[in-house]
Design a protein around this ligand. Structure first.
Ligand code: B12
Length: 223
């Protein structure tokens, strides 16, 4: 029964158990079950942990362990997403967390979801300067650059990236997307002059796919 193995995946996240997830993920593949559906189960379970955390029923290290467990499962499942459901590479997405900010969980989830949607994702890590974003974008011939910022003190980092790209004369080559910190930060994103904002990983993927379509300066996007 696929329900049983999907439940093992869910329990693996709820119990913060990457080994159980790896085992269940391998079982999904060995039995030829739908890997995309399995990834959905993992992300749904992580949302459950997030709600528990907000209600004070889970602790921070547990949330991080759950996110790590999701990463372990996605690494096994993503390459097995059925060909008709996995889009051809829709472009390269460079993602990182801005200078002074070490929050990584949201960025990691967005990266995993973008990869599942067909993006070639280059994660440059946390606490990254505008020049690191620019270097990675150029080196990897990126289509979209995504910057995560979770704090009011680091959110100006979004604008710093835009201005740095402008100063280098490369702003028009890339779409710039930002996220982190919930709905109320959309306003900061607009003020920073970026091309897109993602409230969560699902919106991030939707907006990234749309930006790819509109990015007529980069004809390889959407091929
Ligand atoms: C976990 C956490 C930590 C962990 C980080 C662990 C890690 N390795 O990532 C630790 C304990 C290390 C930490 C440290 C700090 N933290 Co902290 N932390 C959080 C917490 C509780 C959860 C963040 C999280 O992971 N959420 C889960 C993920 C899934 O959600 P998310 O990050 O929002 O990401 C989603 C979306 O935002 C979006 N998204 C995210 N990134 C991107 C990028 C792109 C391109 C797109 C499109 C979308 C997108 O999609 C994601 C998936 O759905 C938040 C509170 C909160 N509720 O947000 C505080 C919070 C962000 N931290 C805060 C603070 C103040 C700090 C510290 C300064 C605390 C301290 N005094 O030491 C330090 C900062 C250190 C630093 N220099 O960065 C404050 C920020 C306040 C503010 N408004 O400025 C918050 C809001 C807590 C609070 N209410 O005070 N923190």
């Amino acid at each position: 029964m696929s329900e049983e193995v999907f439940d093992k995946l869910r329990q693996g996240i709820l119990n913060f158990d990457p080994e159980a997830i790896e085992k269940a993920a391998k079982e999904v593949i060995a039995r030829g079950l739908n890997a995309l559906e399995a990834i959905d189960v993992l992300t749904g379970a992580l949302r459950e942990v997030g709600s528990k955390y907000e209600d004070g029923d889970a602790f921070l290290p547990e949330m991080m362990m759950a996110a790590e467990a999701l990463k372990a499962g996605t690494a096994i499942l993503a390459p097995a997403v059925p060909a008709d459901e996995k889009m051809p590479a829709v472009g390269t997405f460079v993602i990182g967390t801005v200078k002074g900010d070490i929050h990584t969980i949201g960025k990691m989830i967005v990266g995993a979801m973008l990869a599942t949607a067909g993006f070639n994702v280059v994660d440059i890590g946390i606490d990254q300067s505008p020049s690191a974003f620019a270097e990675a974008a150029e080196k990897n011939k990126a289509n979209i650059v995504g910057a995560s910022a979770l704090m009011s003190t680091t959110r100006p980092g979004w604008k710093d990236i835009v201005e740095y790209f402008e100063a280098l004369g490369i702003r028009d080559k890339y779409k710039i997307m930002v996220g982190g910190g919930g709905e109320h930060t959309r306003k900061y994103a607009e003020e920073a002059g970026v091309d897109g904002f993602g409230r969560d990983a699902v919106e991030a993927v939707r907006v990234a796919l749309k930006l790819g379509e509109r990015n007529d300066k980069r004809p390889e996007v959407g091929k």
